[in-house]
Write a protein that binds this ligand. Structure first.
Ligand SMILES: [Zn+2]
Length: 140
């Protein structure tokens, strides 16, 4: 897509690229949150998850698996965090996964971002309401 900063990595920022597969590529983040912070993307400009072909989806998951293990070993962590950005949001519309080696978890990343309490366990009734609200219209 024209003017997509992530599409342009393939064309003009090859030095950031770590790996290219037929449908996907892996590169370092332009503003890395850590030395292990990479991005995994389809080569084709895709905005939404349901626009990925089966081949692209399979390749991305396989590549995430490979790089997750590699980064954990290289950066000596017991885990890795993967976040999927898709759809329209503040940064890029090109679907992409962020992956970084960390012993932290989703709460460490998202709690300050969402200005949410680090831990706040809800009652079973409150959880049931949340589940019901999410299920509403799911299979229509
Ligand atoms: Zn793009």
């Amino acid at each position: 897509m024209k003017n997509c900063a992530l599409c342009s990595i393939l064309k003009s920022e090859e030095k950031r690229i770590i790996l290219t597969t037929t449908p996907s590529f892996v590169c370092v983040n332009k503003e890395p949150l850590s030395k292990s912070h990479i991005m995994l993307l389809p080569q084709r400009h895709v905005c939404k998850l349901d626009e990925l072909s089966a081949e692209e989806a399979q390749d991305l998951l396989t590549t995430i698996h490979t790089f997750s293990a590699h980064l954990q070993e290289k950066f000596n962590t017991q885990g890795a965090l993967t976040i999927l950005n898709h759809g329209k949001h503040k940064t890029q519309e090109h679907l992409h996964f962020h992956l970084l080696a960390t012993d932290g978890n989703l709460r460490d990343v998202m709690s300050p971002y969402l200005k949410a309490p680090y831990r706040k366990e809800l009652t079973l009734e409150e959880l049931e309401k949340l589940a019901s609200a999410i299920k509403d219209g799911l299979l229509n």
